[in-house]
Design a protein around this ligand. Structure first.
Ligand code: ADP
Ligand code: ADP
Length: 240
């Protein structure tokens, strides 16, 4: 896959250059690299917030609806119609470095937001919000507003919101970069738990090696738009 941007002076930047990546169901896949390496561009491509200049992005459909592996069919997300794209986005949660909560809504209302958009009934929303807040350990903060929460708590709200529609994939864009080391660890523990309990594939981008070491089973290292190394975290970091 390639994504180039044209700059004002006519020059072109290959933000993502010849990337060929396979992420398996259940992976916690880390994409690491310095600022400007192309990580955000890659994650925006995966979410179709950007269109690649060339290439395709294949996702497996119905990966868990019927048991036989041979029934897996791969679909190119670039060919999705509007309804398919909406469904794909619903099944792809996203969390961010600066949480992106709605400050005018309290915790419960923030978590309820995607469910409202999906057209859920009020009673079902209330029940699901309670479940989600239980999962992230914030049941006692329902009525609080984002400004009344710590960074770690805000990220927990954002995680609850991202999980609302039972996603298959969670995309994390530097989700712990604004947090202190202890809070970072607790958020990473939560992500690991979510991956284990719900089988959600997590794709995370980070510039922090510790994040990769702590929770990722696989890692790709990006530099200048290219993947310069990839493999299991063990292979990449523990080789002699
Ligand atoms: P990272 O997330 O690793 O910091 P980015 O994906 O944000 O890297 O950026 C990769 C490269 O693409 C950088 O050189 C950046 O300046 C460039 N870039 C990103 N978005 C745009 C854009 N919308 N227009 C022009 N250049 C961009
Ligand atoms: P949309 O169709 O506009 O992407 P969704 O209802 O599908 O909206 O979004 C699902 C949830 O994911 C929302 O709570 C939203 O806050 C969160 N979200 C935030 N940013 C993004 C994004 N860039 N891509 C997908 N989901 C996002």
């Amino acid at each position: 896959m390639v994504k180039k941007y044209k700059l004002a002076d006519g020059k072109e930047i290959f933000a993502v250059n010849n990337i060929n990546l396979e992420i398996e169901k259940g992976d916690i896949y880390g994409i690491m690299g310095l600022s400007g390496a192309g990580k955000s561009t890659l994650i925006r491509l995966l979410n179709r917030l950007e269109e690649p200049t060339s290439g395709q992005i294949l996702v497996e459909e119905n990966a868990d609806s019927n048991g036989t592996d041979s029934d897996f069919s791969k679909k190119n997300i670039l060919e999705f119609n509007e309804a398919e794209l909406r469904e794909y986005r619903k099944k792809t949660g996203m969390i961010f470095q600066h949480f992106n909560l709605l400050n005018s809504r309290n915790v419960a209302q923030n978590v309820a937001f995607p469910l409202e958009i999906s057209g859920w009934q009020k009673a079902d929303i209330d029940k699901r919000v309670d479940e989600l807040l239980e999962i992230v350990g914030l049941s006692d903060r329902k009525e609080n507003y984002p400004e009344q929460l710590s960074g770690g708590q805000k990220q927990r709200v954002a995680i609850a919101r991202a999980l609302a529609n039972n996603p298959k994939i969670l995309l994390s864009d530097e989700a712990t970069s604004a947090l202190d080391p202890r809070t970072t660890n607790s958020i990473l523990d939560l992500l690991k738990q979510i991956n284990k309990d719900f089988g959600i594939t997590i794709i995370l981008i980070t510039h922090q090696m510790e994040v990769i070491r702590k929770i990722c089973n696989k890692v790709a290292i990006m530099s200048n738009g290219e993947i310069v190394e990839s493999g299991t975290t063990k292979q990449i970091f523990l080789s002699p």
